[in-house]
Write a protein that binds this ligand. Structure first.
Ligand code: PMP
Length: 324
């Protein structure tokens, strides 16, 4: 499998298409266990009905400092707490406690490379009834090296004919395991048209977000992203980029984006923990702006990677050092 096309500073490691190795240590229901032993029953509710919530967190290795930095780990566990509320799942600790468990897991694996962290909380009970309340919960955490999730050197996107799940059906605000069928359908569809990433429209026809990332456009000097009411996952990276943009004096708006605004935008990029900052150079075969990565996308990507890896000391509150 080819590795993902990457720009400088992005996470280095295996392709997200590669099978995850079951080496090292994972965490399951309160215990650190060999990864290969961390199993759940085929009768578990989550396997049968998709009743789980999860997160995706990155830790960046800084070779000069010999340090591994978890990036915005607390905010991911705060969002996971909200997702869990939606699904009536009880997490085994507060966001701060879960950050500590994550740091301990990374230390036990002694990683000196860029890694991804995947917490999962789910209905573990071997229960047939399709419901939420009164079903035993489970919690797992595993981690593995991975590179970029999307190309970061100028990707191609396409609008999917699959609509984003709406808040009154399967809420996109929660990072829900079963909801990723929606993403899988859309990404599968646009891959058949040669695109790297899907763009979802909402049920009412406005732009929602990417398959696994939030979406930004640049128009007439404004940075614009879709609002939290557009059936998006409320991204942690989205928040970083809005903050960094305002610090640079850019005007930032959260408002509905029409489909044709994608075609006339000066720049377009995706943001996400997996996606990082992934500039997009074409949508539906039409070039965005000049058809090359634009200055705002480039500036934000450079700043994001420098801060996430700890080469830029701005926003120390966003990084948690793993090693003492
Ligand atoms: N939207 C979707 C559907 C996603 O899966 C992700 C990745 N978690 C994002 C947006 C970006 O969120 P974040 O920046 O918090 O990773």
């Amino acid at each position: 499998m080819a590795t993902t096309r990457a720009a400088a500073g992005t996470a280095a490691g295996p392709s997200p298409h590669a099978e995850i190795s079951e080496q090292g240590v994972a965490y399951l229901d309160g215990e650190f266990v060999p990864f290969a032993d961390a199993k759940i029953s085929i009768a578990a509710h989550v396997i049968n009905y998709g009743t789980g919530v999860f997160e995706g967190i990155r830790a960046y290795w800084n070779p000069a400092q010999e340090q591994l930095y978890l990036f915005r780990c607390r905010e991911h566990f705060e969002r996971m707490t909200r997702s869990a509320r939606l699904l009536r799942v009880q997490l085994p600790g507060s966001p701060d406690e879960l950050v500590e468990t994550t740091r301990e897991l990374l230390r036990r694996n002694a990683f000196r490379t860029d890694v991804y962290v995947r917490p999962l909380a789910y209905k573990a009970g071997r229960v047939m009834k399709v419901a939420l309340d009164g079903i035993r919960d489970g919690f797992a955490l595993y981690t593995f090296p991975v590179g970029g999730y999307l190309p970061t050197d100028g990707l191609k996107a396409a609008v999917s004919s699959w609509r984003r799940v709406s808040d009154n059906a399967v809420p996109a605000r929660g990072k829900l395991t079963g909801a990723y069928i929606n993403t899988s359908l859309a990404v599968d569809e646009v891959a058949g048209r040669g695109a790297d990433e899907a763009i979802f429209l909402t049920d009412d026809g406005h732009v929602s977000e990417g398959g696994g990332a939030n979406l930004f456009i640049v128009r007439d000097g404004w940075l614009i992203t879709t609002p939290v009411t557009a059936d998006i996952l409320e991204g942690v990276t989205r928040d970083c980029l809005m903050t960094l943009s305002r610090e640079q004096g850019l005007r930032v708006a959260e408002r509905n984006i029409d489909r044709t605004e994608l075609y006339v935008a000066d720049e377009l990029f995706f943001s996400g923990t997996g996606a990082q900052v992934a500039p997009c150079v074409s949508v539906d075969g039409r070039p965005i702006g000049t058809g090359r990565i634009g200055p705002v996308s480039r500036m934000l990507a450079e700043r994001y990677f420098a801060i996430a890896r700890g080469d830029d000391t701005a926003h120390p509150e966003w990084r948690a050092a793993v090693y003492q």
